[in-house]
Design a binder for this molecule. Structure first.
Ligand code: ATP
Ligand code: MG
Length: 364
């Protein structure tokens, strides 16, 4: 069993810089967790504390049944893949793969067996005698992954391993990591600032901001039920639209009101929102949940087209509703739009999100 459990983990750099704040996180055996958040939010620091490359200021980290706080990296049985691959330039691919095991005084025939296995999984056959500089970025990254596989660690730790690759190769390597997961199931923590990578790779996604965990959930949970406005805006592309609306009541129905917009809210939302009558809240609408037309009669409004982005498979529109900006995605690419025209938009009210205007926590 190699679960990884962080309990109330904090990291201070110097006296004042509080980089990681009270992180509690339990990663199950063989689970693949993606740690995502904007630059500087404490992802690498968290990962490096698990690896033992960084001291833990307070709190406890456990790998399997051992508390590892005081263990040096080599005794933690973790393998880490970095953004810059960190291969030894003067060694062949084979020697790079063998390096960790030779350090541990593993016998050469056993090393060869492990390397054969990794080479088979990653398709490195042709490359074994080359030096790293004779490899493409994707190939170097594959060698870095191979170096982890041969060690059979309890835990894989990835720190933005795909960020140096071009867009196409990234998608390809993402698939390889997915494939690797099913062939070598190992507890893994994958750090990325790219929410698409986090969503596609993680069994669960951990969203961090400013040193704190904002939400832990499956990709569908963080997308469908974001815990707060930050998570709502961070997960999903294009980002969720936010409008300041006032909640009002007419008869037995609730409405969200803003200049040029009045949406009738379904009863599912009503219970939580009822206490916000007469007050302002943030309303979130995902661009992909807006559709052209006014067929949802209680939930439509007019928008002015400002920017048209034709992607071939879809159109993304930037529109204005009063003085608010509203992005709209997944519009049929055959529809001709002109900048300046007014279009009707509808939204399914069940797909609206609401957030406390002060704490920004989801209202539900
Ligand atoms: N050795 C260090 N000394 C002082 N401050 C540090 C050190 N390493 C990181 N920090 C600070 O701690 C915070 C978290 O850094 P960290 O590297 O964990 O962020 P990150 O989420 O990995 O960001 P990125 O996506 O840019 O890699 C940042 O504000 C950073 O400036
Ligand atoms: Mg980092």
């Amino acid at each position: 069993m190699s679960e990884v459990v962080l309990s109330k983990v904090n990291k201070y750099y110097g006296e004042i810089h509080h980089a990681v704040k009270d992180v509690d996180l339990a990663i199950a055996d063989e689970e693949f967790v993606a740690l995502v958040g904007p630059s500087g939010c404490g992802k690498s620091t968290t990962l490096r504390m698990i690896a033992g490359l960084e001291d833990i200021s307070t709190g406890e980290i456990r790998i399997g049944d051992r508390v590892v706080n005081a263990l040096p990296p080599r005794d933690r049985d973790v393998a880490m893949v970095f953004q810059n691959y960190a291969l030894y330039q003067h060694m062949s691919v084979y020697d790079n793969l063998a390096f960790g095991l030779r350090n541990k005084k593993v016998a050469e025939d056993k090393i060869k067996k492990e390397i054969d296995r990794a080479v088979g999984i990653l398709g490195l056959n042709e490359l074994l005698q080359r030096k790293p500089r004779q490899l493409s970025g994707g190939q170097q990254q594959r060698v870095a992954l191979g170096r982890c596989i041969v060690r059979n660690p309890k835990v894989f730790l990835f720190d933005e391993p795909l960020s140096n690759l071009d867009a196409k190769l990234r998608t390809q390597m993402r698939l390889e990591i997915k494939r690797l997961r099913s062939r070598v199931p190992t507890t893994s923590v994958f750090v990325t600032h790219d929410q698409v990578e986090a969503m596609t790779l993680g069994d669960r996604v951990v969203v961090m901001m400013d040193g704190r965990v904002q939400q832990v959930g499956t990709p569908l949970e963080v997308y469908g039920n974001p815990a707060n406005k930050f998570v709502a805006g961070f997960i999903g592309a294009p980002s969720m639209n936010f409008l300041s609306v006032k909640i009002s009541e007419e008869g037995s129905s609730l409405f969200a009101d803003a200049p040029f917009l009045r949406l009738a809210l379904p009863s599912a939302n009503n219970r939580a929102l009822a206490s916000w009558r007469g007050k302002k809240v943030f309303m979130g609408m995902r661009p992909e949940h807006l559709s052209l037309g006014n067929e949802i009669s209680q939930c439509c409004f007019n928008a002015g087209v400002e920017v048209v982005e034709q992607l071939g498979s879809e159109i993304i529109l930037e529109t204005s509703v009063g003085d608010a900006r509203v992005a709209v995605a997944r519009v049929d690419p055959q529809v001709p739009f002109t900048v300046g025209e007014t279009i009707p938009l509808s939204v399914q009210p069940e797909r609206l999100h609401f957030f406390d205007p002060i704490t920004e926590v989801a209202i539900r």
